[in-house]
Each structure stands twice: as structure tokens, then as C-alpha cells.
Design a protein around this ligand. Structure first.
Ligand code: ZN
Length: 273
């Protein structure tokens, strides 16, 4: 852990795989179930996946983790955060959601975008979807703002950035870089660098800067690149061109209802793949 000027600690910790799901150690220590599915469990959404198949797979993940369902929204690369105390009948357009309710599993689908997952110590949890659009529109800060408005003390929030396209691989064009820098202002310092004649956008650094700015006490970065990180993850930009855009992983966070039957996640290692 590196103590930062803001008082936040920022740590890199590889998420631990159990039977096709990577779990966040920092959020596990906070008593919540939070992670990201690998390709082994199939695509969890996206245009190339039949909706009923994706829905069944998400339901299976929820059941394995000890939840009834995964709460989903229609992700539009925007900056809206909604309260989600249970599954929506009609998915609202939103890239962030939060709840104070146990037994609710919040889900974000992503291939290369960052999933920002957060939990305080009083039962509030949140999730946000941050690609270059969401990151530049500061969806992470909107999420922390929503949690704070609901009563959370940011210094007691643990936030984790899931696997996503890393600074090793994420090159962007000049026009996009200009938009990002304009939107991020001072918070964008050092997040776009030139390397071998190309512009590289560090989504992890940009989201960490936002979380620190809002006073989040502990920040974990999985540091795993979806394209080159060596794990079996869905990547929009990675792998074979025929597979590009073919699938999405599910990032999730939830708190088991106190007194409910224990989550099945500890036994995941014994499940068939
Ligand atoms: Zn990479």
C-alpha cells in the first residue's frame, strides 16, 4: 500500500480466480461479494449474444453467489447514476447504480471498459461502467457523489477497479485525447502519454485520480489488462479479429443478506467449470 497525499491508499492486487470468476480481495475484506466473470462462463451481454442466453448466464452467476438476480441497466457510456434496490422491469439508461440494501447484486457488463465497484462500511454499495467516455465524464465521481448523498463517508469507502484494457494496450486518436483532456482538466494530468508515436490513455490512473479527489479511503486496482493480461477475459480489442466485440464479462458487487444461507462462493472451486 502506498499512502497518498489525500490520505487514500492505492494498492494493486490481482483478483483471485475461483471457477471462472475473478474476485476483488479488497472488497472481499469489506464483506461484500465483488468480481468479474471470465470467458469460461460465456458472454454476459452485448449485441452478439442472444439476450435470453446472456440473461440465463447472469442468473446462474447470481445463484452461485447466493443472490436471486443481477440488477442491470442500459449502459450508454453516460454519467447517470441511479438507485437500484432491486431488478428493474425496464432498464433505465444509466452507467452507475447504488443501493443500501443487502441481497441486491449490481451488475455491469464490460469487455475493455473499467468496472468501478465500491462499498462503504455501513452497507452501501455501488458500481459504475467507465470506458473512455464514462471516465472522461467522471462517472466514478458521480458514483461516489451518490453514495455520499446517501450518507456515506468517502474516507470509509473501499473502491476497486476491475480488469479492463490497460495502459499497455489502450491507444487513442488525437481528437479523442483532446476531448478527454478537456473534460478531465487537472484530474487528467499524466493520464494520456505519448509512446512510440501513439497516444496511450491510462483508464486506471484517470479513475484512481477521481476516486482520490473525492476522498475515497482505499482504492484497489486489479491491474489486469483484458487484452494482454494473460487471463481468459472478454476483450473488445483483443484476441482474434473474428472474436472482437463478440462477448462481455459481468462485473458485480453485492452484500449477502445477514442471516441468509451462506454464499456458495467459497465452494466455487469445487464446482465444475
Ligand atoms: Zn494490455
Amino acid at each position: 500500500m502506498t499512502p497518498m497525499a489525500s490520505g487514500a491508499t492505492v494498492e494493486q492486487a490481482e483478483w483471485e480466480e475461483r471457477a471462472g470468476i475473478l474476485f476483488s480481495p479488497a472488497l472481499a475484506s469489506r464483506g461484500v461479494v465483488a468480481g468479474f466473470t471470465t470467458r469460461a462462463l460465456g458472454s454476459m451481454g452485448g449485441r452478439a449474444t442472444p439476450p435470453d442466453e446472456a440473461s440465463e448466464r447472469r442468473a446462474a452467476v447470481a445463484a452461485r453467489l447466493g443472490f436471486d438476480a443481477v440488477v442491470r441497466t442500459k449502459q450508454v457510456h453516460g454519467e447517470t447514476v441511479v438507485r437500484a434496490d432491486g431488478p428493474f422491469e425496464t432498464w433505465p439508461e444509466a452507467d452507475g447504480m447504488w443501493t443500501g440494501r443487502a441481497g441486491v447484486l449490481l451488475g455491469i457488463v464490460a469487455a475493455d471498459c473499467v468496472a468501478v465497484l465500491a462499498a462503504d462500511d455501513e452497507g452501501r454499495i455501488g458500481a459504475a461502467h467507465a470506458g473512455w467516455e464514462g471516465t472522461s465524464r467522471q462517472i466514478a465521481r458521480r458514483l461516489i457523489g451518490s453514495l455520499r448523498a446517501a450518507g456515506a463517508d468517502p474516507s470509509r469507502i473501499v473502491a476497486a477497479l476491475g480488469p479492463s484494457i490497460g495502459p499497455c494496450c489502450y491507444t487513442i486518436g488525437g481528437e479523442r485525447a483532446r476531448v478527454v483532456q478537456e473534460r478531465l482538466g487537472d484530474l487528467g494530468g499524466g493520464t494520456i502519454v505519448e509512446r512510440d508515436g501513439e497516444l496511450v490513455f491510462d483508464l486506471w490512473k484517470a479513475n484512481v485520480a477521481q476516486l482520490r479527489e473525492d476522498g475515497v479511503g482505499r482504492i484497489e486496482v486489479s491491474g489486469t489488462c483484458t487484452k494482454s493480461g494473460g487471463r481468459e477475459l472478454w476483450s473488445y480489442r483483443g484476441r482474434e479479429s473474428s472474436e472482437r466485440g463478440s462477448g462481455l464479462g459481468l462485473a458485480f458487487i453485492g452484500r449477502i443478506t445477514p442471516g441468509a444461507s451462506p454464499p456458495r462462493s467459497p465452494r466455487l472451486a469445487e464446482d465444475p467449470p
